[in-house]
Design a binder for this molecule. Structure first.
Ligand code: NAG
Ligand code: NAG
Ligand code: NAG
Ligand code: NAG
Ligand code: NAG
Ligand code: NAG
Ligand code: CA
Length: 530
C-alpha cells in the first residue's frame, strides 16, 4: 500500500517534471485552454526538439581521389607501423571506406569509417576537406563530435557557413601547437567568460598524441559554452534563453547551414614524420555527430524531411523553410521571430490578419481583396472615413477625440479658412496650415503686423512703427489718408517741389498742360485778331 502510494507520488513528480521541462523547452506552439467563453487556443513560442543531424547531412570530400582504395592500397597503423598488411579497396565492399561511413548507423559493434589515401606524397601536405550541408538553418544543441580512428589530426580547422556555403567563417582551430600552426594563443573553452564565449579559439585539447585508442574524439564544445549561462548541469536554461534574446551574436554563433572540416595534417604518433614509412599516415573518420535543432524562428515545434530537405512545420500563420515570413493573407503586421521571453512560454509573435471578417467599424459593410498588396480592405467608407478598416479620417477631416472609432461623428471637418490656409487639410487636432501672416487653428486670423482683407497682408501703417506722417491718419492699417499737400505711402512726400507755386491741387503735369493750353489759346487769339 505504502509502496503503491510512493510509486504514484513518484509518477506524479515525474509527470510534473516532464510538464515543467516541456514548457521550459518551448516545445508546444499552442494549447487548448478553457475560459469563461469556452475553449480557445493559446499560442506560445516553440521550437523543434534536438535531433541527430548526421542523418540528414550531405557529405562531400575534397580533393577528388582523396578517398583510399582506387587503386587499392596497403596501409598500416601508428601502433603497428611495421605490419602494413591492411588493405583499402574501393571495389570490394568489405575493404572499401567511402564517405557515407562517417554518418552510418553502426551495428553489432562494427566500426565503419571513411579513410583517405596515405601520405605518399610527403613532404607535400596531406590535405582533405569534408563539407557537410543540410540546406537548412540549424542551431547546435550539444557538442559536435568527430570520431577519428587511428589518431586525430595534428592540425585541422572547423568552418561554418550560415548562407548555404556562399560565405564561410572559422568556427574553431585545432592543433597540437596553436602558435606554430596558426600563430594563435592556445585556449580552452573554460578560458572563456560570458562576454567572450563567441570568440573563435584555437585549442590543443584534441590534437595531441595520446595513442589512437585512448581518445578518438574531436569536439566543438557547445555544452560548455551553454554552461556559462545555464550552469554546469544546464539546469538554468531560462537564463541562457534570456541571453539568446539580448546578447548580440549569441544565437547566430550556434547557427549554421553547412559545416566544413579542413584536415591539414594527420596524426604523427610522435614529433616527426617518418619518411621511410608513410603508409601509416592518413585520416580515418568513423562518425560525425551533429546534435542540433531546426531553426524555425520559434514558430514551429516540428521539423520534418520533405522532398529530401528538412522543413519547419510552421505555426502562428508563418511559412517558409525557417518560418521566416508570414503566410499569404496574414501580413497585417510585419513578420517577427518568436521570442523566448517572457519565460517560461515566450511570445509567439503570430502573423495575423486584421480584416478576416471585414472589420470597417460600421462605416462600410463591404470588403475586397487586393491581390498585389495581399490585403483585405473596406470599400466605400462612409462618415468621412477612409483606410483599410475605415479607421482613418478623409483628407479635410480630423479625428474626434471624444468619439469611438465606430461613431458616426468620428471625423470632424477641418473647416480651414480658404483664404488664410494653404489647403483644406488639418492635423490630428484640427489645426490648419496657414499662409504667411495668417494665424489661428482655422487660419482665419492674422498675426500682429498684418491686416485681414480676403487674406492677411502686411500692415501699411500703424500707430507704432509705420506712422503716417505730416498729419496723415492711418485707415484700418491699410493706407494713410494724407492732407492735400502730401503724398506717398506714409504721406512723407510733399506735393510741391522747391521754387514752385504749390497752391491748389493741380499736379505739375496738369499745370504744364494748362500752360500749353493757355499758350495755344493765346496764339489762336492773336492769330484771329490779325
Ligand atoms: C578546402 O577548402 C578551402 C576553402 O574553400 C580551399 O581553400 C582548399 O583548397 C580546400 N582544400 C582541398 C584539399 O580541397
Ligand atoms: C533547398 O531547400 C529549398 C527549400 O526547401 C528547396 O527549394 C531547394 O530545392 C533545396 N535545394 C537543394 C539543393 O536541395
Ligand atoms: C575571455 O575573457 C576572460 C575574462 O574576461 C579572459 O580571461 C579570457 O582570456 C578571454 N578569452 C579570450 C579567448 O579572449
Ligand atoms: C492565424 O490567423 C487567424 C486569423 O487572424 C487566427 O484566428 C489564428 O489563431 C492564427 N493561427 C495561429 C496558429 O496563430
Ligand atoms: C464628437 O463626438 C461626440 C460623441 O459622439 C459628439 O457628441 C460630438 O458632437 C462630436 N464633435 C463634433 C465636432 O462633431
Ligand atoms: C497640430 O498643430 C498644432 C499647432 O501647430 C499643434 O499644437 C498640435 O500639437 C498638432 N497636433 C497634432 C496631433 O499634430
Ligand atoms: Ca561509421
Amino acid at each position: 500500500m505504502l509502496l503503491r502510494a510512493a510509486l504514484l507520488l513518484a509518477l506524479l513528480l515525474l509527470l510534473l517534471h516532464c510538464l515543467a521541462s516541456a514548457v521550459g523547452q518551448y516545445n508546444m506552439c499552442k494549447s487548448l485552454v478553457s475560459t469563461d467563453e469556452g475553449s480557445v487556443w493559446e499560442h506560445y513560442a516553440c521550437q523543434p526538439s534536438p535531433a541527430s543531424m548526421k542523418d540528414y547531412m550531405r557529405i562531400k570530400v575534397d580533393p577528388p581521389g582523396i578517398t583510399c582504395g582506387n587503386p587499392p592500397e596497403r596501409f598500416c597503423t601508428l601502433e603497428n607501423p611495421y605490419l602494413c598488411s591492411d588493405e583499402c579497396d574501393a571495389s570490394n565492399p568489405d575493404l572499401a571506406h567511402p564517405p557515407q561511413l562517417m554518418q552510418d548507423r553502426e551495428r553489432n559493434g562494427l566500426i565503419t569509417y571513411w579513410q583517405t589515401v596515405t601520405w605518399g606524397r610527403h613532404p607535400e601536405p596531406l590535405l582533405a576537406n569534408i563539407t557537410m550541408s543540410w540546406n537548412k538553418s540549424l542551431e547546435l544543441t550539444d557538442d559536435i563530435q568527430i570520431t577519428f580512428e587511428y589518431g586525430r589530426p595534428t592540425i585541422m580547422v572547423l568552418d561554418k557557413s550560415m548562407d548555404h556555403g556562399r560565405s564561410w567563417q572559422p568556427f574553431q582551430f585545432y592543433a597540437d601547437d596553436c602558435q606554430d600552426a596558426f600563430n594563435m594563443q592556445p585556449k580552452r573553452v573554460r578560458d572563456l567568460s560570458p562576454t567572450n564565449l563567441t570568440r573563435v579559439i584555437c585549442t590543443e585539447q584534441y590534437s595531441r598524441w595520446v595513442g589512437s585508442k585512448n581518445d578518438k574524439n574531436v569536439k566543438f564544445e557547445v555544452r560548455e559554452r551553454f554552461a556559462l549561462f545555464a550552469g554546469p548541469r544546464l539546469q538554468n536554461m531560462d537564463n541562457l534563453y534570456t541571453r539568446m534574446e539580448s546578447m548580440k551574436g549569441l544565437r547566430d554563433f550556434f547557427t549554421f547551414t553547412n559545416l566544413r572540416m579542413r584536415l591539414l595534417r594527420p596524426a604523427l604518433g610522435g614529433t616527426y614524420v617518418q619518411r621511410d614509412n608513410l603508409l601509416k599516415y592518413f585520416y580515418a573518420i568513423s562518425n560525425i555527430e551533429v546534435p542540433a535543432r531546426c531553426k524555425c524562428n520559434l514558430h514551429a515545434s516540428q521539423c520534418l524531411l520533405t522532398e529530401g530537405n528538412l522543413q519547419c512545420q510552421c505555426e502562428h500563420n508563418t511559412t517558409g523553410q525557417d518560418c521566416q515570413k508570414c503566410k499569404k493573407g496574414f501580413k497585417a503586421k510585419s513578420w517577427k521571430a518568436g521570442s523566448y521571453l517572457p519565460a517560461p512560454t515566450g511570445t509567439p509573435n503570430t502573423c495575423t490578419i486584421i480584416t478576416s471578417n471585414c472589420e470597417c467599424y460600421g462605416h462600410s459593410n463591404r470588403c475586397s481583396y487586393i491581390d498585389y498588396l495581399n490585403i483585405v480592405t473596406c470599400v466605400s467608407c462612409k462618415h468621412n472615413t477612409r483606410g483599410q478598416n475605415c479607421q482613418h479620417c478623409r483628407l479635410g477631416y480630423f479625428r474626434n477625440a471624444s468619439a469611438e472609432l465606430d461613431d458616426e461623428n468620428v471625423c470632424i471637418e477641418c473647416n480651414c479658412n480658404q483664404l488664410g490656409s494653404i489647403h483644406d487639410r488639418c492635423n490630428g487636432t484640427g489645426f490648419c496650415q496657414c499662409r504667411d501672416g495668417a494665424a489661428g487653428a482655422k487660419c482665419d486670423d492674422c498675426l500682429p503686423g498684418y491686416y485681414w482683407k480676403q487674406g492677411c497682408y502686411p500692415n501699411v501703417c500703424d500707430e507704432e512703427m509705420l506712422l503716417c506722417q505730416n498729419g496723415g491718419t492711418c485707415h484700418m492699417n491699410q493706407k494713410c489718408v494724407c492732407p492735400p499737400e502730401f503724398k506717398g505711402v506714409l504721406c512723407q512726400q510733399s506735393r510741391c517741389e522747391a521754387g514752385k507755386d504749390c497752391n491748389g491741387a493741380s499736379s505739375p503735369r496738369l499745370s504744364t498742360a494748362a500752360l500749353l493750353l493757355c499758350t495755344l489759346s493765346y496764339l489762336l487769339a492773336t492769330l484771329s485778331h490779325h
